[in-house]
Design a protein around this ligand. Structure first.
Ligand code: PRX
Length: 651
């Protein structure tokens, strides 16, 4: 593990207090929630659970904490899909739009809460008809179409856990995830639209099932793009055929508060992704609470838009579960932000009157590059709160977001959290906290964090490792099938503390500045990618003998993947071979994990104990301007590595 890098950010003097007009109408306009939670955090969370959710049976104990295993709201029973749908319909809000969905080619669907409920009930019956039962696992590999939240909510309705696999992942990723969870079913689509073309999904599922994922009995296919995929008789079923015959009578089954809601696989420091487990009552409480207060949601008037993909945790918590629990109208967009033009997002904001926009710093930096004239073409005055997630936001991007999207007056909430935390952990509440560009500010009410030094001693001011000191309702309940790994990964580095893997800095005013991962995990465009995973994909190529992967700073994507490879004796370095190796990783893991640069080297610098000197490789990568295809053996790099290694630099 490397030391947290301190001082990446200049000292930031600018501060932005909440505007009085905002405070006057804010869901939280003073510190009372913080005070309440500080006084008794279990009582605080139990009040949120009862205020924000509908329970079939009230819980009789708030928390059982046997470090590191937590149970929240013990004895309570509820159903997630009931909370997201039925109760809004029963309260007479069935005609309210749940999703304004827009396909990349431009189709528009306004799906109401009542319509969404009907679809969910029908699909839950489809799942039952295929023999799926409470406790089973189902893999979901879909584009951003309405059938995706329908499938997730139908699973939740009957206690089946979904495992959503990001649509950009490869056949290998599908195999690994289906095998690990012994998924009985895959739900997919023929394809989804990306940059004007139909990007196939079903064929990738076919490839996966041809090579592995033996537990999968059926594949349900949505006909999104009319690409006429191959259908295997007996195994593959069309969504529309199944739904045509499905009954819409399917009462929500009460679930135990600790019923498994979903698995979501995420990269760690080893080659094997971890199946993060989220359960029902605590998770839903935290996502509903944070969604309501961090975005200052007014369900009667707001049109909320989280522009993430549901394949990541951001989409789970803040496209599906949080917004629907709170009964708000959301926008859901299928495609890319530059199709057909670079103002697509701003056009959507204007047309729907979007009030909250939630996106990633990578996207903001891309918008900066595209220029302020793009958002300036549209009226963005409907926006009230701007959110950022996934990676540290540099002050320059923060200021651009503030000025060009937020009209220099809207609050920005920089939300730090992880797949593992389920919901927001560190972020300002917009009506309470004075923000500083680039700082995620502090913990939300009911969450407690501390920075510690290498020895685990709390740090008052300066740099350290970010730890969480008390359990929180949305916390992961474990790693699927591997309780020891759960303990080792998160709870063993610092005794009694959850270690998130991030370094951070505390300034004199007590503000937190996230500095990025301190382990072997890279953050590329807000997506977590493990160096080890990319290394094993590189050495999987027939020409590669050895590989080392490091993250290099990148102006747009935050970090970019740089792979150093040594070729097997019989291969000659060439640009074409380098490209082939890069592509190989793209095929093995998915495009997002394809290295930006592969540098072919004759040797890798190692310490005397045989450890690759990663810090040195990372310094070398960071000191160069890296092109998208720099794949040739570069004598300059080689010489530099050798020189530095000789000078005795060690990790
Ligand atoms: O390094 C932190 C970074 O993203 C990691 C979590 O990644 P993932 O589980 O994929 O979830 C991403 C979306 C919640 C964290 O360990 N990260 C996330 N949000 C921020 C962040 N780093 C700095 N600032 C953030 N706001």
């Amino acid at each position: 593990m490397s030391e947290p890098t301190i001082g990446v950010f200049e000292v930031e003097e600018r501060t932005f207090p909440p505007a009085p007009e905002f405070v006057a109408n804010a869901n939280a306009g003073d510190r009372s929630l913080y005070d309440e939670a500080d006084a008794d955090y279990e009582a605080f969370w139990s009040r949120q659970a009862r205020d924000l959710l509908s329970w079939h049976k009230d819980f009789d104990q708030v928390l059982e904490w046997q470090l590191p295993f937590a149970k929240w709201f013990i004895g309570g029973e509820l159903n997630v899909s009931y909370n997201c749908l039925d109760r809004h319909v029963e309260a007479g809000r069935g005609d309210k739009v749940a999703f304004h969905w827009e396909g990349e080619p431009g189709e528009k669907i306004a799906l109401t809460y009542a319509e969404l409920l009907t679809e969910v009930k029908k699909f839950a019956n489809v799942l039952k008809g295929l023999g799926l039962q409470k406790g089973d696992r189902v893999a979901v590999y879909m584009p951003m179409i309405l059938e995706l939240p329908i499938a997730m909510l139908a699973c939740a309705r009957i206690g089946v856990a979904h495992s959503v696999i990001f649509g950009g992942f490869s056949a290998d990723a599908i195999i690994d995830r289906c095998d690990d969870a012994t998924a009985r079913l895959v739900i997919t689509a023929d394809a989804g639209y990306r940059r004007g073309a139909a990007a196939p999904l079903k064929s990738t599922v076919d490839e996966a099932l041809g090579r592995g994922a033996a537990s999968v009995e059926h594949v349900i296919v949505v006909d999104r793009c009319g690409t006429d995929p191959e259908m295997t008789t007996g195994r593959d079923l069309w969504w529309h055929d199944l739904m045509a015959d499905a009954s819409d009578d399917c009462p929500a089954e009460p679930m135990d508060a600790e019923q498994l809601l979903y698995l979501l696989y995420t990269s760690g420091t080893t080659a094997k992704p971890k199946g993060i487990m989220h359960t029902t009552g605590g998770y839903l409480t935290q996502v509903a609470f944070t969604h309501k207060y961090v975005f200052d949601i007014k369900p009667d008037t707001d049109v909320y838009w989280c522009a993430a993909d549901i394949g990541w945790v951001t989409g789970h918590s803040y496209i599906v579960y949080g917004p629907l629990t709170n009964g708000v109208t959301s926008v859901m967009y299928e495609g890319t932000p530059d199709t057909p033009g670079k103002d697509r997002l701003w056009d959507i904001v204007e047309r729907y009157g979007v009030t909250q926009l939630y996106t990633a710093p990578t996207a903001i930096r891309m918008f900066m590059r595209w220029g302020a004239q793009e958002p300036a073409k549209h009226d963005l005055t409907s926006l009230r709160v701007l959110g950022s997630v996934g990676e540290p936001i540099n002050p320059e991007a923060w200021m651009w977001y503030h000025e060009h999207i937020g009209g220099s007056s809207r609050p920005i909430v920089d939300t730090w959290w992880q797949t593992e935390t389920g919901g927001h952990m560190i972020t300002p509440l917009p009506g309470v906290i004075t923000t500083k560009p680039g700082s995620a500010c502090g913990t939300i009410p009911g969450v407690f964090a501390e920075l510690v030094d290498d020895a685990g001693n709390p740090v008052a001011v300066g740099g350290g490792y970010l730890t969480i000191t008390r359990p929180w309702p949305g916390m992961l309940r474990g790693i699927w099938g591997d309780p020891d790994r759960y303990r080792d990964t998160y709870w063993s580095r610092f005794e009694g503390r959850y270690f998130a893997g991030d370094g951070a800095k505390l300034d004199e005013d007590g503000y937190l500045w996230l500095l990025g991962r301190v382990d072997d995990v890279m953050n590329v465009s807000g997506h977590r990618i493990s160096t080890t995973e990319v290394e094993s994909a590189l050495v999987d190529h027939r020409a590669v003998a050895e590989a080392a992967v490091v993250g290099a700073n990148d102006e747009i994507t935050g970090q970019a993947i740089v792979g150093y490879v040594i070729l097997r004796g019989e291969y000659e370095p060439s640009a074409a071979l380098g490209d082939e190796i890069r592509e190989h990783v793209g095929v093995k893991l998915g495009k997002i994990a394809r290295p930006k640069t592969v540098i072919i080297v004759p040797d890798l610098p190692k310490t005397r104990s045989g450890k690759i000197m990663r810090r040195l490789l990372s310094d070398v990568a960071n000191g160069r301007s890296l092109g998208d295809t720099t794949t040739l053996a570069d004598p300059g790099v080689v010489a530099e590595i050798a020189e530095r290694a000789q000078a005795g630099e060690e990790d």
